[in-house]
Design a protein around this ligand. Structure first.
Ligand code: ADP
Ligand code: MG
Length: 220
């Protein structure tokens, strides 16, 4: 089954002058795949990931998520689809500094109609799944980088998404923690999660099924 399909995606940023950040990118992601995206800084990796995650809209081309065309959707529909179908993991973790591990993991569920009583038990289950059962009530400042990224992985799983998008998830981690996070993502993938990950590190990319190389807004 196809999870995500892009056809000739174009993204033009209009600043002082127009800049073509994506230039007719076509890409199909199948359910269960673990795909890495590599390429020099500025080649359009984050732009592509943000479009895949419905954080940004293309200037041209088509994008279907779970068989549904996204072009004509309202902001409300896009936000709803994103909340339910996409989990994001960022280089800088993007955790809420004043919230506990448990509350950080619970946060995406608080924006859905999931019954309140089910939220914390599910967050706890996810914390255990990523190996943080000893840290439930710590805040991000009390954790290592690798542990913070584990929280972000658990948070990405909160609403049981169809697709996890990770933008340089090991970019701020030492090599041991990087290997650790790659191992966790591989484990999630083996249990059925579809993952697309941007990385600079060929060693990390070699731990995925397939690597897409980008240059100047194109897949090469
Ligand atoms: P990567 O993630 O591969 O490093 P990005 O997708 O972030 O690259 O950016 C691709 C290109 O688009 C870069 O040249 C960047 O400067 C440009 N760009 C990104 N976001 C914007 C924006 N909001 N406005 C103008 N240009 C942008
Ligand atoms: Mg980037």
């Amino acid at each position: 089954m196809v999870i995500a399909q892009c056809k000739k995606l174009v993204k033009i940023y209009s600043a002082a002058q127009d800049f073509r950040a994506l230039d007719e990118v076509s890409l199909t992601i199948e359910q269960g795949e673990f795909v890495s995206i590599m390429g020099a800084s500025g080649c359009g990796k984050s732009t592509l990931l943000n479009i895949l995650g419905l954080l940004d809209e293309p200037s041209g081309g088509e994008y279907e998520l779970g068989g549904v065309a996204t072009a004509q959707m309202t902001d409300f529909e896009r936000t709803r689809l994103r909340r339910h179908q996409i989990g994001f993991i960022f280089q800088s973790f993007n955790l809420m500094p004043r919230l506990s591990v448990l509350e950080n993991i619970a946060l995406p569920m608080r924006y859905t109609d999931k019954p309140r009583a089910e939220i914390l038990p599910r967050a706890r289950e996810l914390a255990v799944r990523v190996g943080l059962e000893q840290k439930l009530y710590n805040t991000p400042l009390q954790l290592s980088g690798g542990q913070c990224q584990r929280v972000a992985c658990a948070r990405a799983l909160a609403n049981n998404p169809a697709l996890i998008l990770a933008d340089e998830p090991t970019g701020n981690l030492d090599s041991t923690s990087s290997a650790d996070i790659l191992g966790l993502l591989q484990e999630l993938n083996q249990s059925g999660m579809t993952i697309v990950m941007v990385t600079h590190d060929p060693k990390i990319a070699s731990g995925t099924h397939r690597t897409i190389h980008m240059k100047d807004g194109k897949i090469i």
